[in-house]
Design a protein around this ligand. Sequence first.
Ligand code: IPE
Ligand code: IPE
Ligand code: MG
Length: 233
Amino acid sequence: MSSIPRHVAVIMDGNGRWAQQRGLPRLAGHEQGSKSIRQCVEACMEAGVEFLTLYAFSSENWKRPALEVNGLMLLLEKFLNEKKEEMLREGVRLRAIGRLDDLPKACRVKLDEVRDATAHNTRLNVILALSYSGRVEILDAIQSVVAEAAAGTLGPGDITPELISSHLYTAGIPDPDLLIRTSGEMRISNFLLWQLSYTEIHVTKKLWPDFGKADFLEALQDFSSRQRRYGGV
Ligand code: IPE
Ligand code: IPE
Ligand code: MG
């Protein structure tokens, strides 16, 4: 493949529709969807992608019925429990972005545990976006910039795009080169608003639980055919 994206971000959408089509509860779709993650991680390791950011739960998703929200939180805990050893073995570093304090204590504790245990791994960075909102991320960055300005350590001229980037949850992580959205929706849904400014977008009609390694590799193939101009000629 001619060019491999360093960073792929994924909006894992369509779990509910997958379940609905089979007459199953929405949670069955989420459960099946969590299996697609393994497929994408494998594809990233084979292709040499360095960062994989997965939109797992948005700030807006708290609006869903309690049964679904609680089920998703339990699924997250189960996922972390089951995958910890595998991540350690395979050199995966796990991180999370979002308002992590909103998560139930048990998830938060588990997340910290797996993050710390895998912190030295370098083969692939998997970043989970949890209770994540792109607008809130920008607000949080502005608040910390303003706090520094008020303390006198920053002047107006110091506020550059690089400075803003360094105050985001994704500080130190390169912007995504490729964004994949499953289930056909043509929108960003409050994901990585600052970071996606020049990201290539690949939308597939496949629902997330049906999205496998071959689909991920197809998205990489699509990416390699793009001509990125960044406003130039
Ligand atoms: C994505 O699938 C998973 C989360 C948002 C947590 P959805 O649950 O949004 O599935 P659809 O869009 O209803 O099919
Ligand atoms: C985006 O999917 C959030 C995640 C995949 C976690 P949604 O299903 O919540 O987005 P909308 O409501 O279709 O925009
Ligand atoms: Mg959806």
